[in-house]
Design a protein around this ligand. Structure first.
Ligand SMILES: *Cc1c(COP(=O)(O)O)cnc(C)c1O
Length: 374
């Protein structure tokens, strides 16, 4: 068998240990006589699997008891609509919500929310005409225009395409007007570092970046934000209904939840979120150091204090070499490095499951390539 170093932004690489366990249990989960894909979601085996997944996740992050954990479907993209449907629907006490736009994903969230309810742009670096390079920094506190009456403030704490990460959510939370909950799309960096859930009213993340396979979407929501949806929204879209039914109003994505549960156990064995953060920092530093030491051969445009540890976009000074770089990388067993079409160039995604050895292989390749073509 042949496994590449997979730098795909998502769906993305999974821990080998987890995949081997899935393989071993595929036909017969722990003596059940069938695999997880084939068993009833209401049966005693799956009931154990989803309960263990939630318990392990709660322990890993330290999720307070007054927050619900929901395993939903529809991806983060569904949350772009489901958040305003629930928190800002007809009859809601507050009439508008604020959005900070820091890259392609928060911009999509802001656009989608406009289909549901009136929302405000609380800040955008792009709107300030600095986006010739794409989004390259977070807005400064003095650039925020926050509505004290907003139903919530929406942010994306790691912009997967632009490689812009919020490293100081305490400062962000400190900016919040009293009574305005923070809602965050954490799809591409949840579980990559310790997280203080108390700073947020609601956190959501599609699984296929840093949690597990695609098909399940994690929502962590403070209980007082439940029950705010208008009565006429579809029941599968209502957080309260999903919470009341333990994420099993209907059939949940059972296999994806099972694999996510194994990833949570794997993370506990890596020393939890502090343990994995230490490795993630080391990995990111290696790649940024290679870029910065390349004398302009490689370039990452993001401000130093906003550089993402998970997704590192970079361009070549000579874009005519892009195809040569990607083909040579692939031949060296390094795949998934093509940048998003909106920013071009390359992108290395260094999620939890990417080992240090994979990053060393990438950095060696980048250094060799630069030496050969400089
Ligand atoms: C990938 C991604 C999304 C979209 O996720 P889907 O599961 O495809 O809907 C949204 N936000 C961020 C930050 C992402 O990285």
């Amino acid at each position: 068998m042949h496994r590449v170093w997979n730098f795909s932004a998502g769906p993305a690489t999974l821990p080998t240990e987890v995949l081997l366990q899935v393989q071993a249990e595929l036909l017969d989960w722990q003596g059940a006589g069938c695999g997880v894909m084939e068993m009833s979601h209401r049966g005693k085996e799956f009931t154990r699997i989803i309960a263990a997944a939630e318990a392990d996740l709660r322990e890993l992050i330290g999720i307070p008891a007054d927050y619900k954990v929901l395993f939903l479907q529809g991806g983060a993209t569904q949350q772009f609509a489901q958040v305003p449907m629930n928190l800002l629907g007809r009859g809601a006490a507050r009439k508008s919500a604020d959005y900070i736009v820091t890259g392609a994903w928060s911009k999509k969230a802001w656009k989608e929310a406009q289909r549901i309810a009136p929302v405000r742009l609380a800040a955008s670096v792009e709107a300030r005409g600095e986006a010739a390079d794409g989004f390259t920094r977070l807005p400064r506190p003095d650039e925020l225009d926050l509505d004290a009456q907003a139903a919530y403030l929406h942010v994306c704490t790691n912009e997967t395409i632009h490689g812009v990460e919020c490293h100081d959510d305490a400062a962000l939370a400190a900016q919040l007007p009293a009574g305005v909950p923070l809602v965050a799309d954490m799809s591409s960096h949840i579980l990559s570092r310790p997280l203080d859930v108390r700073r947020y009213g609601l956190i959501y993340a599609g699984a296929q970046k840093n949690i597990g396979p695609s098909g399940v979407t994690l929502v962590i929501v403070r209980e007082d934000l439940l029950g705010r949806a208008p009565a006429d929204i579809p029941s599968v879209m209502d957080y309260q209904v999903m919470a009341d039914n333990g994420s099993m109003l209907n059939t949940p994505p059972t296999f994806a939840i099972y694999v996510a549960g194994l990833v949570f156990q794997w993370l506990k064995r890596q020393g939890g979120l502090a343990g994995i953060q230490a490795v993630n920092r080391q990995k990111a530093e290696l790649v940024y150091a290679a870029i910065d030491a390349s004398q302009g051969f490689y370039r990452n445009p993001v401000a130093a204090d906003c550089r993402s540890c998970m997704n590192i976009p970079f361009t070549l000074a000579r874009p005519e070499l892009d195809g040569v770089f990607l083909a040579a990388a692939e031949a060296a067993g390094l795949v998934g490095l093509k940048g998003h079409k909106s920013v071009g160039g390359m992108r290395a995604s260094l999620y939890n499951a990417m080992p240090l050895d994979g990053v060393r292989a990438l950095v060696d390749f980048m250094n060799d390539f630069a030496a050969k073509h400089a």
